[in-house]
Write a protein that binds this ligand. Sequence first.
Ligand code: PHB
Length: 356
Amino acid sequence: MVTAFDAYDLGGTKLSNRIAMSPMTRNRAHGPGLSPTELNAEYYAQRAGAGLIITEGTQPSVSGQGYINTPGLHSEEQIAGWRKVTDAVHANGGVIFAQLMHTGRIGHPDTLPGDLHPVAPSAVAPGGQIVTDAGQQDMVAPKELTEAEITQIIADFAEAGRNAIAAGFDGVEIHGANGYLVHQFLSSNANLRTDGWGKDIQGKTRFAYEVAAALVEAIGANRVAIRISPGNQYNDIAEENIEELYTALLARLAPLNLAYLHVAESAGRELTTKLRAQWPGTFVLNPGTYPNPTGPDALALIEDGTTDLVAYGALFLANPDLPARLAAGGPFNTPDFSKAYGGDHTGYTDYPTLGA
Ligand code: PHB
C-alpha cells in the first residue's frame, strides 16, 4: 500500500514524501522592494521536511499585489531574496514551488504604487474590506482590463516563471483559486465580459489556460502547476455550473502535462473525486475541513487513492516538523492566527519542533 511517507516522483523531481505545505500568505516580505529576507528563508527551511513546499502567494507584477508586505517575483532584488529561500530549503533536502498570485480586484489603490488601481475582467467591486497601511478599507471597483492588458499580464506570469527558475525554485503554481484574478475570470459575477475572455465557458476558462500555456512555454511543463477551488465563494466569488466549468477547464489543461493539479476542496468530495478521475497527472488535495485545520486522518486519502499528495496549511504553519509529527501521531502545536498575517519572527519561526 502507498502511504504519505513514501517518496514521489513529481515529473522528475524527487519528493521525500507526499505531504505538501499549502500556500499561506504571511505578509513578511520586509526586504528591499518587497523581497524575501533571511527570516523568510529560515521559516521555509524549517519546513523543508515537507515533500513539497508551495510558497505564499507572490505577485508576478507590481499591479498584482493586493495585500501589504507580500513578496513579488518581478525584480532583481526579489529574485535575490528568493534565492536565499530556495538555497536554504534545498540545503535541508526540500523541494519548493513559488505560488504566483495576481489578486486582481482583491486589493486597494492605497497598497499599489503611484496611480495604479486594482484590475479585473470587469469593473465590479467585490463586497468586503481589505487591510491597507491605513487599516481596513472597503474594496473598490476595479478597472476593466483591456485585451492588451490581459496579454501583458499573461506575459508577466511567464516572466515571473522565468524569474522563479532564476531564483532557484523547482517550479511555480498558478493561483487559480480563492477569488483572485484567475478565479475572477472563471466566475459569473466578476467576469461579465462579452468578448472571448468571458461570455461562455470557453471564454471564462481561456485566461487560466493561456497563463498555464505561456508558463509551460517559458519554463517547461514539469515546472508548472495550478491550484483551483471549485465552488469556493471566498472573496465574493460566484460560479455557475461548477462541474461543467471545471470539467471544461481540466479538459483544456490536461494536454499541457502540468506538474500537478492542486484542488482546494470547497464543494465536497464528490466533485473532487470526479476531477481526480478526469485529471491524468499528479493530484494534490487540500481537503475541505474548514473551520478545523486538516488533521492526521487526511493521510488516509493517499492510501485510498483519493489523491497523490495531501496539502496542509494551518498545521504546517504551527508545526515546522509536521511530517515527523504526523509519523509519530502527534502531538501538534496550535496555530496562533493573530500572528498569521504580518509581524516579526513570533508566530512565524518560533514554533517548536518535537522534543525541542
Ligand atoms: C489571504 O491573504 O487572506 C489569502 C490569500 C490567498 C488565499 C487565501 C487567502 O488563497
